[in-house]
Write a protein that binds this ligand. Structure first.
Ligand SMILES: C[S@@+](CC[C@H](N)C(=O)[O-])C[C@H]1O[C@@H](n2cnc3c(N)ncnc32)[C@H](O)[C@@H]1O
Length: 278
């Protein structure tokens, strides 16, 4: 990894080329056939719906939900199966084409909007009871104040925002070491982390556009960006499991992955924030 100074547009466009290619690989590797069972939900959406349940009087049924960075839509369509009217937002045309085809095959209705998430308020019509984003999201964004402003703008009064993502402490760990050892900065300085990787987090496929840019965001930055828009934080959680195998030493636990038991309390794997627009 190199620490580089790069403007948002060129960094975002490089990321989009990478994600466009990954979409095709993930259509093969995500196990989409499982959705042919009408009761099937993604593990991510099932976990998130359970976390949201105490804050939703009638669950997701009948809610207008905007899913930011929806990727190939497995979580979006799962929320639709739980009764939500869903709008999926992503900057990758191939990802949205893939989920639109899957939705049509499954007979699920949804709206798909191609846009940079940092321009989502202007690109998406209407307002929402729930703005949702989960697993693999803000690390791709350079400006969380602009991100939070989109969320606050998309919510109607009384609406909820939900995020669950990899914990920034986890992202500071050395992925090449067996044990949890710190390597990368926890705090950002505005510069991007430039990575060159042909592989992706699922399957064996590779991409030609290997260069990506990510930005570290400490938990305080995430919380303060949301608070600054006027959103009220209702709940914050830190989790010991996550939905992908960050380290080969992680064990499969409860449909996710966790460090061996003796190390499980050393480092948080995920964070969850639920906030309300008054
Ligand atoms: C790790 S994936 C989200 C994965 C999702 N949890 C899943 O498993 O389906 C990240 C998504 O963010 C999208 N993305 C990255 N940067 C974006 C941006 N600036 N605007 C909109 N979408 C973006 C990518 O296209 C990709 O679909």
């Amino acid at each position: 990894m190199d620490q580089v100074d790069i403007g948002w547009e060129p960094a975002r466009d490089a990321n989009r080329q990478n994600w466009d290619e990954r979409a095709a690989l993930h259509v093969e590797a995500y196990g989409l056939d499982a959705f042919d069972d009408p009761a099937h939900l993604s593990d991510v959406a099932r976990t998130d719906a359970a976390a949201l349940a105490p804050f939703l009087a009638h669950g997701l049924d009948g809610l207008d939900v905007c899913h930011l960075q929806c990727h190939i839509g497995t979580d979006t369509l799962s929320l639709a199966r739980l009764g939500a009217r869903v709008t999926g937002v992503d900057f990758s045309r191939p990802a949205l084409d893939a989920v639109a085809a899957l939705a049509a095959r499954l007979g699920l209705s949804a709206t798909w909007v191609q846009t940079d998430v940092l321009d989502a308020r202007a690109a998406v019509s209407g307002d929402f009871d729930l703005v949702y984003t989960s697993i693999g999201t803000i690390t791709w964004l350079h400006d969380l104040d602009r991100w939070a402003a989109q969320i606050a703008g998309l919510l109607r009064p009384g609406g909820l925002f939900y995020i669950r993502d990899g914990h920034p402490v986890l992202s500071s760990l050395d992925e090449t070491r067996d044990e949890p050892v710190l390597r990368y900065p926890y705090f950002g300085d505005g510069s991007a982390q430039a990575w060159d990787e042909a592989g992706t987090y699922v399957g064996d496929g590779t991409v030609a556009h290997t260069r990506t840019y990510e930005w570290p965001h400490p938990i305080s930055e995430v919380m303060n960006a949301l608070i600054a828009t006027g959103l009220r934080i209702l709940r914050m959680e830190e989790g010991r499991t996550l939905p992908w195998r960050f380290s080969p030493r992680m064990l499969e636990v409860d449909g996710g992955f966790a460090w061996p038991e003796a190390e499980r309390d050393l480092v948080p794997c995920t964070f969850t924030i639920i906030a309300a627009k008054d």
